[in-house]
Design a protein around this ligand. Structure first.
Ligand SMILES: O=C(O)CCC(=O)C(=O)O
Length: 246
């Protein structure tokens, strides 16, 4: 079974009470129609440009490009996009800051997986924040064939789980749940169309499997926290809306 419940961006651009309730209950929410195809194409072109123009200085072996909030004018703009900030303003408060922003690329026929983990296992090394979450923006349509995200609905309600390093050739993860753990019972794949935004809590258990297709699958992932939490991931931290301002 896959998770298919999603809803459209509202006229005001804010989450409706039903969307907010679903987010707090499930620890994630799909919002369709946030970015038109033309903008997704533009972001893809910019990522191509950044990839081709640089060697490996900003791309690590797992095809992660870090610091998108600082990388180029266009990637910086996406991280500060008012459509996203308005969407999350009733979740992330008071104020909104960037914790970090990155691109995660699954190359064609790359069987490596992103193991079950919670982002906050990484993030709490820098600071604690109860409302921390991410906007996960697919730059291609994603389903099980190219490694869509899987989540465990409601898992954010049970705190940080024990995790340890997995580095066995299936994919490197510093804070992964043990293989076969009961923590991931009830997990569902979340297929999404490019232009949809998947919002998820930093404690929501998540993974993605390999890309079995002949095309790359990219996700643009921006993690936000309230403006009063004074540390993010080093120099990536940026206050976008000070506390008390809309
Ligand atoms: O985009 C993906 O496939 C998942 C990435 C992810 O979960 C992460 O980098 O923490």
């Amino acid at each position: 079974m896959s998770f298919s419940r999603s809803s459209h961006i509202s006229g005001q651009g804010r989450l409706t009470p039903d969307q907010l309730e679903a987010y707090h209950r499930d620890g994630f929410l799909l919002v369709e129609g946030v970015f038109p195809k033309t903008e997704i194409d533009e972001i893809n072109c910019e990522i191509d440009r950044l990839r081709d123009g640089k060697s490996t200085d900003n791309v690590n072996k797992d095809d992660v490009m870090l610091c998108l909030g600082l990388k180029s004018e266009l990637t910086r703009r996406v991280c500060r996009d008012e459509r996203i900030l308005t969407l999350i303003e009733d979740i992330v408060k008071p104020g909104i800051a960037i914790y970090s922003a990155k691109l995660f690329e699954k190359r064609p026929n790359d069987e490596r997986i992103c193991h079950w983990h919670q982002d906050d296992a990484y993030y709490q090394k820098h600071s604690h924040c109860a409302c921390r979450m991410s906007a996960w923006i697919p730059l291609q349509d994603c389903d099980e064939s190219n490694g869509c995200v899987w989540v465990v609905p409601g898992s954010h309600q049970h705190g940080l789980k024990s995790a340890s390093m997995i580095d066995d050739g299936t994919g490197h993860c510093e804070f992964a749940f043990a293989h076969g753990t009961a923590e991931v019972e009830g997990a569902v794949p979340v297929p999404v169309k490019a232009g949809t935004v998947l919002l998820f809590h930093a404690l929501t258990a998540r993974r993605s499997l390999g890309n079995r297709t002949t095309h790359s699958r990219r996700s643009f992932i921006i993690s936000y926290q309230d403006a009063l939490t004074n540390r993010g991931n080093k120099d990536q931290h940026q206050v976008l809306r000070p506390a008390g301002k809309r």
